[in-house]
Design a protein. Structure first.
Length: 202
């Protein structure tokens, strides 16, 4: 009697599991596509792959220098803030997209010979930017801004290239020495020689 009862219970459980699988239309052996995208070339992400239904899946993202990870998105909705996200694979294809934010940095301005109306400028990584154009000083012309002896902003105040430093920096004003014409005249009637005319630096 006990053996028959046990056999009946086992059969009922098998039938129940089969019914559940049939209703859900899935089984543990079925695989679905996991697509992992990134919004812009601002970092790296886990490769896309096929995953088994019901399995535990972890996707990761690593931002490049100058960027901060914003979150994982699915169908336009943020599902996680962390760079590592673990979920159970559903019975369908899924797509997750990593999004990033460009960092902002501060440029401290050192005007040198001149005067500047501002002490700092905030810039965004990977973007163009502008710095103040300074008035000339006696004997010198403003030539732009430099960092580590390299020009980063032209004399018109526009950046030479996109901001590529993943840190705060100090920019130094460039001052070019002016040259002026020197004209020397000789009174031929008196004789003698004089220094030749020409351009001379201030």
């Amino acid at each position: 009697m006990n053996k028959n009862f046990f056999a009946i219970v086992v059969c009922l459980l098998i039938i129940l599991v089969a019914a559940l699988v049939a209703c859900d239309g899935t089984s543990a052996s079925e695989y679905y596509a996991l697509t992992v995208n990134k919004d812009g070339d601002c970092g790296t992400v886990t490769s896309s792959n096929f995953k088994a239904y019901g399995s535990s899946v972890t996707i990761t993202a690593t931002p490049n220098a100058g960027y901060t990870f914003d979150g994982w998105y699915s169908d336009g909705t943020k599902v996680a803030d962390s760079t590592s996200y673990t979920f159970t694979m559903p019975a369908k294809d899924v797509t997750y997209t990593a999004k990033w934010n460009a960092n902002t940095y501060t440029i401290t301005l050192f005007p040198g010979l001149g005067e500047c109306s501002m002490d700092t400028q905030t810039v965004t990584y990977g973007s163009s930017y502008n710095l103040p154009v300074l008035d000339g000083v006696t004997g010198y012309t403003f030539g732009g801004w430099s960092y580590n002896d390299t020009t980063i902003v032209n004399a018109n105040g526009s950046s030479v290239s996109l901001y590529e430093f993943d840190k705060n920096i100090t920019a130094t004003a460039i001052w070019n020495i002016n040259s002026y014409d020197l004209t020397v005249c000789n009174d031929d009637s008196k004789g003698g020689t004089v220094t030749s005319s020409g351009s001379r630096a201030y």
